[in-house]
Design a binder for this molecule. Structure first.
Ligand code: BG6
Length: 482
């Protein structure tokens, strides 16, 4: 018997997000979301945000890979691979087209009910992200997205409707995807729906006070959603989702170590600390004071945060970062997140430095810090895949990537970490969030869709599909040989 068997009941599966996967952006009564105004980009040229829909512009998420019409086929493929869990998000504007309606859009509600019933047919658990980079455009245009406290009530109304409607179909929920994205400029439009300017989405005009205030509104909304969810169904498991990026010091020079710890605290730990512990950590308050940022708390907010802590902690894991004070290295990293390059790691075609051992370190650190169940809900390799003439897709690089990361998860479990599941990102090829490309493929299932908008949406299993299926059916006993 192999020694890489995972615990019984381990939740293997895949993950997606509505705005990158579903398409049907104007079907079934759906309203416009911020994500619908993202143009395509390339790995060297960032995507843009347009002020309104432009006729001659191509918006890759509008059709995405058309899960909207392919959900039965997609779920059958997931079932055949043995998925135990499927992470997906609910498009807010499918339920509330402008975010402000008193009554939900029945057609939207029915669509997700059909999806959940299809999953149930194959005993696949849905793991639902309530907000995955998805904000009704009307709320951005009228009140500047999460910068306004009004968003808390709109969001809770959305939560109440979906919690009640799906209370017997969905048990696991995540309140916000990668909420800590908003500790960086990139979060302004993407995660908060804050509109400062059109144009390049990576480098928007930034007001940190507005950004952190908006993030505070999301913390309060999340805490209220946890409490509300538990009152609707006490069996709900409601978690947070963090883009977890460990920071290493580039050298053991103490000031590099300090810089690594400080940046890791604010960018990777701050949001998890608020979600899990229920209060702002001291270092965040110091950071705000040092940077002239004042967060307005309503009188009840402290109590709301304390009473709405999450049941489990989930995170995405793609890369680690390095911190350096040395001008020669400081900004030598090639990913959109920046930092210094790590000379010991491989870099993918999009500048991300992949680091399997870093995942074991992350799991140990997070479990030490929080002591609640953990789940890796995104991990994967964006790569240029080649569709061969005979219709096969051979992606040994992806198999190697997953093998290395899964082995480190297994080691972390042996270390004593309570890791309950793993969902690979973009299990079926989808639109990249940062670049808008189709060419950056993560899936174990190939979709015939390309950056110029062509393609017939047909699905094909990649070599990694068969490999992952073997891993799942043996619960880790097969496919992980070192
Ligand atoms: C995470 C997001 O940041 O990483 C996903 O939750 C995203 O939405 C994924 O797609 C991979 O990033 P990208 O930019 O390669 O699509």
């Amino acid at each position: 018997m192999s020694n890489t068997k995972f615990p019984d009941g381990f939740m293997w599966g895949g993950a997606t997000a509505a705005n990158q996967f579903e398409g049907g952006y104007n079907l079934g009564g759906k309203g416009l979301a911020c994500a619908d105004l993202f143009t395509g980009g390339t790995h060297t040229e960032p995507r843009r945000i347009t002020a309104k829909l432009e006729e001659s512009t191509f918006y890759p998420s509008h059709e995405a890979v058309d899960f909207y019409h392919h959900y039965k086929e997609d779920i059958r493929l997931m079932a055949e691979a043995g998925f135990k869990v499927f992470r997906m998000s609910i498009n807010w504007t499918r339920i509330f087209p402008t975010g402000k309606e008193a009554e939900p859009n029945e057609e939207g509600l029915q669509f997700y009910e059909d999806v959940f019933n299809e999953l149930k047919k194959y005993q696949i658990e849905p793991l639902v992200t309530i907000a995955h980079f998805d904000i009704p455009l009307a709320l951005t245009n009228e009140v500047n997205g999460w910068a306004s406290r009004d968003l808390i009530d709109y969001y809770l109304h959305f939560c109440e409707v979906i919690f009640k409607r799906y209370k017997h179909l969905v048990k696991h929920w995540l309140t916000f995807n990668e909420i800590n994205t908003s500790t960086m400029e990139i979060g302004n439009y993407l995660s908060l729906g804050i509109r400062h300017a059109e144009g390049d989405f990576l480098h928007q005009k930034d007001d940190p006070t507005v950004r952190y205030q908006a993030l505070h509104h999301q913390f309060v909304a999340s805490a209220k959603a946890v409490k509300l969810g538990h009152s609707i169904n006490p069996d709900f498991m409601i978690g947070c989702m963090i883009a977890y990026m460990p920071r290493y010091p580039r050298t053991c020079e103490p000031s590099d170590v300090l810089l690594a710890k400080q940046t890791e605290a604010m960018h990777s730990h701050f949001c998890g600390d608020v979600h899990v512990k229920g209060y702002y950590p001291f270092y965040a308050n110091t950071y705000f004071k040092d940077n002239g940022i004042t967060i307005e708390f309503a009188p009840e907010d402290e109590q709301v945060l304390r009473e709405g802590t999450v049941d489990f902690y989930t995170f995405s894991y793609y890369l680690t970062l390095c911190a350096s004070n040395d001008p020669a290295y400081k900004n030598s990293g090639k990913s959109v997140i920046g930092g210094a390059e790590n000379p010991y790691l491989k870099t993918n075609d999009w500048g991300m430095q992949t680091d399997p051992v870093g995942l074991r370190i992350a799991l140990n650190d997070l479990y030490t810090r929080y002591n609640i169940p953990l789940m890796v809900v995104e991990n994967g390799l964006g790569a240029f895949d080649k569709l061969e003439d005979d219709g096969t897709i051979n992606d040994p690089y992806r198999i190697d990537y997953f093998k290395e990361h899964i082995l480190q998860m297994h080691k972390a479990i042996q270390d004593g970490v309570d890791l309950i599941g793993f969902t690979i990102w973009g299990c079926i090829d989808l639109v990249s969030a940062s670049t808008g490309e189709m060419a950056k493929r993560y899936g174990i299932i190939y979709v015939d869709k390309y950056d110029d908008g062509t393609g017939d949406y047909s699905r094909k299993k990649k070599a990694s599909y068969y490999w992952y299926k073997d891993v799942i059916s043996s619960n880790g006993e097969n496919g992980l040989e070192e």
